[in-house]
Design a protein around this ligand. Sequence first.
Ligand SMILES: NC(=O)C1=CN([C@@H]2O[C@H](COP(=O)(O)OP(=O)(O)OC[C@H]3O[C@@H](n4cnc5c(N)ncnc54)[C@H](O)[C@@H]3O)[C@@H](O)[C@H]2O)C=CC1
Ligand SMILES: O=C(CO)COP(=O)(O)O
Length: 325
Amino acid sequence: MRIGVIGGGAWGTALAQVAAHGGREVLLWAREPEVVDSVTAERRNHLFLPGIDLSPTIRATAALTDLAATDALLVVAPAQHVGAVLAATPVGRRPLVLCAKGIEAGSRRLVGEVARAVHPDAPIAVLSGPTFAHEVARGLPTAVTLACEDEGLRAALSERIAAPHFRPYGSSDVTGAEIGGAVKNVLAIGCGVVEGAGLGQNARAALIARGFAEMTRFGLARGARAETLAGLSGLGDLVLTCSSTSSRNFSLGVGLGRGEPAASLLADRRTVAEGAFTAPVLAQAAREAGVDMPVTDAVCRLLGGASATEVVGALLARPLRDEGV
Ligand SMILES: NC(=O)C1=CN([C@@H]2O[C@H](COP(=O)(O)OP(=O)(O)OC[C@H]3O[C@@H](n4cnc5c(N)ncnc54)[C@H](O)[C@@H]3O)[C@@H](O)[C@H]2O)C=CC1
Ligand SMILES: O=C(CO)COP(=O)(O)O
């Protein structure tokens, strides 16, 4: 199976490195000509994944049409751009493995729904989990959820993507795998705020637990399975992203917690903090589904300029309730 990777950011490049394990050929599409040039000439991606020597079997291209020569595609463009990039990609009936974590603004569609609308004949899989790109690219042990309804395709993709340090666990719950990744980015911003505002580790643990409760409420309302949300792509990724400044979402929250305005934190950044785009869409989708998501609403207010003191005070002042989900 020849693998194509759409997106030469940190994660697309790290996944290309995994897929190239053992000398297997990979074609990486990057939007930035300097990424194509540096991967081709130096086996490096200076822009998005500096310091990593890439496998010589990764070939880079600037032409999406070149991906016609591959058997399966890993889709690693940011969630807000997946629709446009896929529309320009020859796909047909080839499997799409979706690796972006977010919900499309405007349409409020999960990335899988976006992909199905653009390429209805392509089978869909989702790869998601606790995976900082720089760790995966360095060969550190990592486990992910690989969700696909078709059992045979799931096994074939898992076999093809697995490497000694990279272990996919199969699931048939595509929606659950998508929702965990999208929601945890929003919650990670909240945890960053707790850190930046100096609110302590008790508050962070409470936010992770109550955030997981609202991820579960939203997921179940959208047809996800509880076991998926409690797995690698849900709770696993939530814990990772809520506890490290390696996370762009967490780091964005740290800035907000210190009182820096969202607009300046987001301006001119080359890397993507998906939660900032997903938060308002998720809040709206939750309202439509009648699902209470107070932490997500709080993150929206923080992104809109409200102070951490005011937002956290309002969260704590909510009426007392039983724990549960
Ligand atoms: N970096 C990581 O550790 C991980 C990232 N992800 C997810 O992977 C997805 C991609 O993130 P990264 O590779 O980290 O990106 P990145 O932050 O390293 O780089 C930004 C990416 O956005 C692309 N981009 C910017 N404007 C675009 C446009 N108009 N059209 C198409 N592409 C555009 C750039 O070409 C580049 O590939 C995100 O959904 C992210 O949540 C998932 C797991 C781990
Ligand atoms: O998804 C990730 C780790 O699993 C990366 O998180 P950030 O996008 O917040 O850096």
